[in-house]
Ligand binder design. Sequence first.
Ligand code: GLN
Length: 446
Amino acid sequence: QAFLDRIQQLNPSINAYITVTAEQALAQAAKADAIRADGNAGPLTGIPIAHKDIFCTTDVLTTCGSKMLHNFISPYSATVVERLEAAGAVMLGKTNMDEFAMGSSNETSHYGAVRNPWDQERVPGGSSGGSAAAVAADLCAMATGTDTGGSIRQPASFCGITGLKPTYGRVSRFGMIAFASSLDQAGPLTKSAEDAALMMNAIAGTDQRDSTSLDLPAEDFTAMLGDSLQGLKVGLPKQHFSKDLNPAVSDLLQGAIKVLESLGATVKEVDLPNNHLSVPSYYVIAPAEASANLSRYDGVRYGYRCEDPVNLEDLYKRSRSEGFGDEVKRRILVGTYALSAGYYDAYYKKAQKIRRLIKQDFDAAFEDVDVILGPTSPHTAFKLGEKNSDPVTMYLEDIYTIAVNLAGLPGMSLPIGQINNLPIGMQLIGPSFGEARLLNVAHQYQ
Ligand code: GLN
């Protein structure tokens, strides 16, 4: 009830939630109370949680930030939602996001921009901006997000919270609306690494309904939290610490490195020579996959349908023209072009080759170090409207995060301080399945 009251008070200005599920939340909370009274409570029993509106939920709207799904109620729930519910978490509602998770500022949402609780003239980051703002403003205790190119880590950095993008395949994508299927991954946005570990315990693990989910032995992500960092080898990518790095961000990173060194870590430079190709290759691969995934929104089966179509072609054309926003259309155009006959080899295939090189760079780096440390975002949260007239400027927001998705690796962002009263995070990157180690480093740092 306390969280619901706070949402009622603050959500009209922050706009973090698209849907608030007050009644269901109180019913779930009553159930959690009963479980607790019976002495059967787990770590998440009764914990108020928000879900990014990309996760399907039965009985509750799932819009994906789009007019296209303004009326969509899914007949099934996402595995992530089901697992958190089974763990006793209480869903407070569904959070705002960039339309179909395409964006870095939350300004592409059909439901209006989210405002950063630290400064309401600024963006919360994106695409999981509603979830990040909700956690930062205490409109929930923890939230789910998704990260295709940085959408958990960058908003975590802008809102001063902790965010983890797990290894590709660690968490089921079933019921998570697809953007770029080979890159999409769900993960926690929380106040601390410990909370992120608790959420990971609930959501990670194989799922028969997602053939890309990995069948690994169950893992307790809290098990290593208390381990010493003595002997930890931290890699600093020379491409991330170049002269282009913002000096204020650099200072905070140097401070964070000193903290880790005082805890027993050693640092060394690592080389990610193809890093500069990550944004260009992502902006071929992600739109290509999106153009295929979004072909399902045709106005026929569910979602937005134009009024009085005169024939089938008119139905398709107008439903899609009216239902999708500009950024989504831009991605569909780019993706369709990159996949078309005659261009496929020149763009899509080439981007896939670069993707492999980027993965190999990380593999080589992880022969020498346990984790890689660098910036999450080039700067603190920017002003609403500052960048949305220029898509390429917006795309460069993810310059430090995208390579991690292309390589399928786990990455996290955790707060390291403030610049002019705005929070900023550092990024930790691990080898595949290295989440527990990342959480350990983050927990010891915090
Ligand atoms: N900002 C990136 C994009 O617009 C990443 C988004 C994401 O991770 N979902 O594609």
